[in-house]
Design a protein around this ligand. Structure first.
Ligand SMILES: [Zn+2]
Length: 316
């Protein structure tokens, strides 16, 4: 049995499960239960599978009850466990974004892309083994496709900005949006000050600030009362967070452009966005020292800078 099982019931039959990627409180996935049906939104990595199975067991849900596995997009902290989970759940259908489906069926390109971002040692430690999903168990979910989750409506929305293979799921019953990376990253430890702290994961290679702004405006038209972030947890100050995130996306794009001609561009951007985040957090009396802030977000900022650096190469 896995040592570290952390999950929280959020009401509406929704549980937030910590997938224990690198540390507690970094990455989550969500279990939905409704009238005897179960489904996962995001999966964690292959290493998270024993945690998810243990949570099902503790809740008295049998594997045959799991009807859907729903990775919001194919980045491995969200979808890496998909194939392994599908092997455990004989009745499940994998609901995939049309641009992501083929990568879950044949994960070769995903592995190659992630190796390029993370390097081999970190890749293996973080993501483990990727299991392909049988093509006949995959259903592609286009924009505004819906499923009837035993009487509960889930709506799938195409949400470019972080990635072009990203969907969000609107759950009518909770008036909640499962947002993957589209509604940003907001760690609980960094939300203890006056203001909220949220940033766009501008991870390589499909950061698109203009599309992202439009996506966020569109998500708000569903009038969500809560958002379920993969990084991390449920947040109910939806309008406040959205405004901050939109500003942060603009700031990131501006910062990147300031360094367009710089040498060591990616490092310079990392330093700039890390320092801006630290300054903001100290200003908000976040109650956490600089070393701890670095510990919590430095790696994110490096990945974000890599994404911004790549984005600059696409502008002309
Ligand atoms: Zn992602």
């Amino acid at each position: 049995m896995p040592d570290h099982i952390h999950y929280q019931d959020l009401g509406f039959g929704i549980s937030c499960i910590d997938t224990m990627l690198q540390r507690q409180g970094l990455a989550a996935c969500y279990l939905i239960e409704h009238e005897g049906m179960a489904g996962f939104i995001d999966t964690g990595t292959s290493n998270s599978i024993p945690i998810l199975l243990e949570v099902l067991k503790r809740k008295g849900i049998i594997r045959e009850q799991v009807a859907y596995v729903m990775p919001t997009h194919v980045h491995l902290d969200h979808a890496g466990g998909s194939g392994g989970l599908m092997r455990e759940f004989p009745n499940a259908v994998l609901l995939a974004h049309p641009r992501g489906a083929r990568h879950l069926i044949d994960p070769g390109k995903l592995i190659k892309g992630s190796l390029a971002v993370y390097g081999e040692a970190a890749f293996k430690a973080m993501f483990g083994e990727l299991v392909p999903v049988d093509a006949d168990r995959v259903r592609e979910m286009g924009d505004e496709f819906e499923i009837d989750f035993n009487g509960r409506k889930l709506v799938f929305l195409d949400t470019p900005g972080h990635a072009r293979h990203h969907y969000c799921v609107f759950d009518e019953l909770s008036a909640g949006l499962f947002t993957g990376d589209t509604f940003g990253t907001s760690y609980p430890e960094l939300n203890l000050g006056k203001g909220r702290f949220i940033f766009p994961p501008s991870t390589p290679v499909q950061f698109d600030p203009a599309a992202w702004q439009n996506t966020l405006d569109r998500l708000l038209t569903y009038k969500p009362e809560r958002v379920f972030l993969t990084h991390f947890g449920m947040h109910e100050e939806v309008d406040v967070l959205c405004k901050l995130l939109k500003q942060a996306i603009r700031d990131y794009a501006e910062t990147a452009q300031e360094y367009v001609e710089a040498e060591n561009r990616s490092d310079r951007i990392t330093q700039s966005i890390l320092q801006a985040s630290v300054n903001y957090l100290l200003d908000q009396n976040c109650g956490i020292d600089v070393a701890t802030i670095h510990h919590l977000i430095q790696r994110d900022m490096e990945l974000n800078a890599q994404g911004l650096d790549h984005w600059l190469t696409t502008l002309d």
